[in-house]
Design a binder for this molecule. Structure first.
Ligand SMILES: Nc1ncnc2c1ncn2[C@@H]1O[C@H](COP(=O)(O)OP(=O)(O)OP(=O)(O)O)[C@@H](O)[C@H]1O
Ligand SMILES: [Mg+2]
Length: 468
């Protein structure tokens, strides 16, 4: 049940509060309620809500205050204000401040249900929109490859130009940047799409088997060759062969491969009959081939033969503007796969994702989102739900979750002092007030601790034990 949409009702009149709660619960929502603005703000700090329905006139913190604070902290939460029988001006002001809608008293429950459903729908659309915007933008057909950045636009436009040609392609990029994805997109969107796409990871096959994997063999041509077998080139005939991790190919096979590419024909190992080929070749590597050539591990002539049209896939950190898009894309897919309602990513968590350097590129982001979705209880992914190295907080390290920095700012000096105060208090508690031991727990020398205590206004040893 934890995936039901959450609504917070803020209303000081008991009767109205209960009526609203009942109504919304019966409509299938998960409802929390608060009788004052203060209580509501407290709840809002702890829980994300999709919709907040608040009375405008509350003693103390008013509905408008709550609205403003929500718009600041979680702008995607929809706020519906109850305007009582106040003037139309108030309602107008509320809408100006960003309320989603307002209702008047006495409640029209049918209308309210529709308003709430609309707000829910709007939230869902906002989440989807980020994703759709990209698809509207892209006049390209490679719609499972996400990216709006100029660098990715370059990739797409190059792909567009070559998708229906037979030219040989070399895809370059760090691990996890989408090389295989691009290779498949080129095949399945091109005019060979009805023909085979055959992928071979040159690095994953033992060297002594690679030759027969690529070119096939005749029965009896080596121990274990119990029957004639076509190689991947033959299987890919009329289609595309994808030679992944091409840099790992041993030198003697590079020579043979070059010949096959030049002559467009292949001989199975142990035969002398050549088979004519019509195969499009796409290869990929995360190595810098120029360096491999210099080091004598890769044939220069093969490089030129493969590198007719290079496609360079940028590292994720080189195109930070794509990060929210990708995160949203994976979030949507994974929530669906895991059968849960669509989650959202808090702005703070998104900043952390955007600041991270993603050494494993898009694959790493995919894995992170999957892990976070699996481990997060609520509907919102917050910064602390992220892995520690991406700016999330290890629960063990979070003894002092310092206050969130909002538009109002934060008093740096006083916050640090408060943290110092709490650490010292904890250390003293642990050591029964023995300052020397507390100092050593804090890796301070004793005089420093005593000075700090004095400065922070700790009582002078009287109500702490004076055994030092
Ligand atoms: N631009 C993108 N949009 C959506 N998904 C992407 C994108 N780039 C990569 N992915 C996803 O990231 C994962 C890794 O992509 P892929 O396997 O194509 O990378 P790779 O460059 O071949 O990595 P490696 O060098 O490690 O083999 C895949 O699940 C792929 O679908
Ligand atoms: Mg790959």
């Amino acid at each position: 049940m934890k995936n039901r949409s959450k609504i917070l009702v803020i209303e000081d009149e008991l009767e109205s509060r209960e009526a609203l709660t009942l109504l919304l619960e019966s409509a299938g929502y998960q409802v929390h309620s608060a009788e004052s603005g203060e209580e509501a703000l407290e709840l809002l700090r702890k829980n994300p809500f999709e919709i907040v329905i608040s009375d405008l006139l509350l003693p103390g913190v008013s509905g408008i205050d709550i609205l403003k604070s929500i718009k600041e902290d979680s702008p995607h939460t929809s706020v519906i204000l109850i305007t009582g029988n106040t003037s139309a001006e108030t309602a107008v002001e509320a809408m100006k401040e960003g309320a989603f809608d307002y209702i008047t008293k006495p409640f029209n429950f049918e209308k309210l249900k529709v308003q709430v459903a609309k707000a829910m729908e709007k939230n869902r659309l906002i989440a989807e929109n980020i994703y759709l915007r990209q698809q509207l933008h892209g006049k390209y057909r490679f719609d499972n490859i996400i990216g709006n950045s100029p660098l990715m636009q370059q990739v797409f436009s190059r792909m567009e130009k070559i998708v229906n040609t037979d030219s040989t392609i070399l895809i370059l990029g760090e691990s996890g940047t989408g090389k295989e994805l691009v290779a498949k997109a080129l095949h399945f969107n091109g005019n060979r799409r009805e023909k085979p796409f055959v992928a071979l990871n040159c690095g994953a096959i033992p060297t002594d088997l690679l030759e027969s994997e690529l070119f096939g063999h005749a029965r009896g041509s080596f121990t274990g060759a119990v029957a004639d077998k076509p190689g991947k080139f033959e299987v890919a005939n009329n289609g595309t062969i994808f030679l992944d991790e091409i840099a790992t190919m041993p030198m003697h096979l590079q020579m043979k491969l070059l010949r096959v590419l030049q002559e467009q024909e292949v001989e199975r190992v142990g035969t002398s009959r050549s088979i004519e080929l019509n195969v499009r070749v796409i290869s990929a590597t995360n190595a810098v081939l120029e360096n491999e050539i210099k080091a004598g591990r890769f044939r220069e002539d093969l490089f030129y033969r493969l590198n007719v049209i290079p496609i360079h896939l940028p590292a994720l950190r080189e195109r930070r503007e794509d990060m929210p898009l990708l995160a949203q894309h994976f979030l949507q897919r994974i929530c669906k796969e895991m059968n849960r309602s669509l989650m959202s990513i808090s702005p703070d968590a998104m900043h952390a994702l955007e600041a991270y350097h993603w050494p494993g590129n898009v694959r790493e982001m995919e894995n992170v989102i999957e892990r976070v979705v699996a481990l997060t209880e609520g509907d919102v992914i917050r910064r602390q739900d992220l892995p520690a190295d991406i700016g999330g907080m290890d629960p063990q390290d979070s003894i002092f979750p310092y206050p969130r920095i909002t538009e109002k700012g934060i008093d740096f000096g006083r916050t640090i002092e408060e943290i110092e105060r709490r650490m010292i208090r904890d250390a003293l508690e642990k050591t029964g007030g023995v300052k020397a031991r507390a100092a050593s727990l804090l890796k301070l020398n004793r005089t420093t601790l005593v000075e700090k205590m004095k400065r922070l206004g700790f009582p002078n040893g009287n109500n702490l034990s004076s055994r030092t």
